[in-house]
Design a binder for this molecule. Structure first.
Ligand code: FAD
Length: 381
């Protein structure tokens, strides 16, 4: 069976690794000519790392990741602790660790592993423009005019998925009312007490900061609200003074961190969403990751759910007698789980809005997501 995976992001690469490990022949079609370092961090909770260890990535990720002893949720103005999550024991509690990584270190580990187990499977500069389902196969048309066929297609082409819009739902991504800024700080430029993980929140703004790359860098993501957003993309440079003015009411420690990004560089982008989609497959085409179910980043579970999708979809293909039946099982196994995470991420955004107090986050702890076992858990909804 010839499987084409559209998109070489975290979801597409995880799918390629899981399917190759299960014995399938896959090709990853990525439109970029080069996969580049976007200069950002990522949190991988145990539900994601469980899968990544199963795919042989654990030792590589351990070399660069950071497991903070704790994450504190704090009052934006006073810095007072509102909730504390002890992350250092997660390996014992959930059987898999909690990791903070430079996004590029994750992507690089995935690409390297794929090149070892499926040399040549990743094709760069392969922009899929159109799919034509044709019964027992799918025709793929590329932007450069070439065509080819596959027995089944996994569309992991991200939140702006053209495949979703052409085959599933034409509704475009919608601006969610949140804008985000990100930056990396060299920890050598920070006093020791600020080299730590913390989320400061309140009055509609929040800043999540955490160590990555063996603790050499500290990543921050800051979020505020806006009525409108026009620009597209992840790499729009933001003036540092404008950014600092937006967060001038935050506590001194947080302000010190965000005032020292490497090369004074901060980037901003708008957060978009899509209406919930009930059905992620049509014939021999199936959606995965953000293409199927984008979610707000406030729970740190978007990539984690793409990684879970990859593992479950692979297991469904192995367990079932046809791709259509496998996609059905995938939908039944994943639908409620992902919808729950999507809704919890949105609720968490709402909880960051008011004046923080000890009830602000009660009953909505992120830990409820972590026990999910995509590697060995049951396949059914
Ligand atoms: C501020 C922020 C912070 C986040 N933090 C976290 C976090 O800490 N933890 C977490 O788990 N998640 C986090 N996420 C979410 C996470 O980044 C996404 O959910 C995840 O990257 C989705 O992976 P994906 O593979 O589905 O899509 P993407 O990573 O978007 O990959 C899609 C790929 O498809 C390619 N592509 C698109 N169209 C085509 C085409 N037509 N032909 C060929 N290739 C194509 C693109 O070039 C891209 O490489 C965060 C998101 C944001 C916005």
């Amino acid at each position: 069976m010839k499987i084409a995976i559209i998109g070489g992001g975290i979801g597409g690469l995880a799918t390629a690794l899981a399917m190759t490990q299960a014995g399938y022949a896959v090709t990853v079609l990525e439109r970029s000519n080069q996969l580049v370092d976007l200069g950002a961090g990522i949190t991988l909770a145990p539900n994601a790392t469980r899968v990544l260890y199963h795919l042989g990535l654990g030792p590589g990720l351990e070399e660069t990741s950071v497991t903070p002893p704790k994450t504190e949720y704090r009052h934006y103005r006073t810095g007072a602790v509102i909730m504390r999550m002890m992350t250092k024991n997660f390996r014992e509690i959930y059987g898999a660790p909690y990791m903070r990584l430079h996004r590029w270190d994750l992507q690089h580990a995935m690409i390297t592993r794929l090149a070892q187990i499926a040399p040549g499977a990743l094709r760069l500069g392969a922009h899929v423009e159109r799919l034509e389902p044709r019964g027992d196969h799918v025709a793929l048309a590329f932007a450069d005019g070439r065509t080819e066929t596959a027995d089944l297609v996994v569309a992991a082409d991200g939140i702006r998925s053209a495949i979703r819009e052409s085959l599933f739902s034409p509704a475009p991504p919608e601006f969610t009312g949140f804008v985000a800024w990100r930056g990396l700080v060299d920890t050598a430029d920070l006093p020791p007490h600020l080299r730590e993980s913390a989320v400061a929140f309140g009055q509609g703004r929040h800043i999540n900061r955490y160590l990555v790359r063996r603790g050499e860098l500290l990543n921050f993501v800051a979020v505020a609200q806006r009525d409108q957003w026009e620009a597209e993309g992840w790499t729009i440079a933001a003036p540092l003074d404008e950014f600092l003015a937006e967060f001038s009411s935050f506590d001194e420690g947080t302000r010190t961190v965000i005032s020292r990004p490497v090369r004074g560089q901060v980037f901003k982008w708008g957060l978009f969403g899509r209406p919930w989609l009930e059905r992620w497959s049509s014939g021999r085409v199936v959606l995965l990751g953000d293409a199927a179910h984008p979610m707000l980043p406030f729970l740190g579970q978007g990539a984690a759910n793409a990684i879970e999708d990859a593992m479950i979809l692979t297991r469904c293909l192995t367990a079932e007698t046809s791709p259509e039946r496998a996609f059905d099982l995938y939908q039944r196994t994943r639908g409620a789980r992902v919808r729950g995470a999507t809704e919890q991420a949105a609720r968490r955004g709402d909880r960051y809005l008011g004046e923080p107090n000890e009830d602000s986050l009660k009953g909505d702890e992120p830990g409820v997501q972590y026990a999910y076992d995509a590697v060995a858990g049951p396949l059914v909804g």
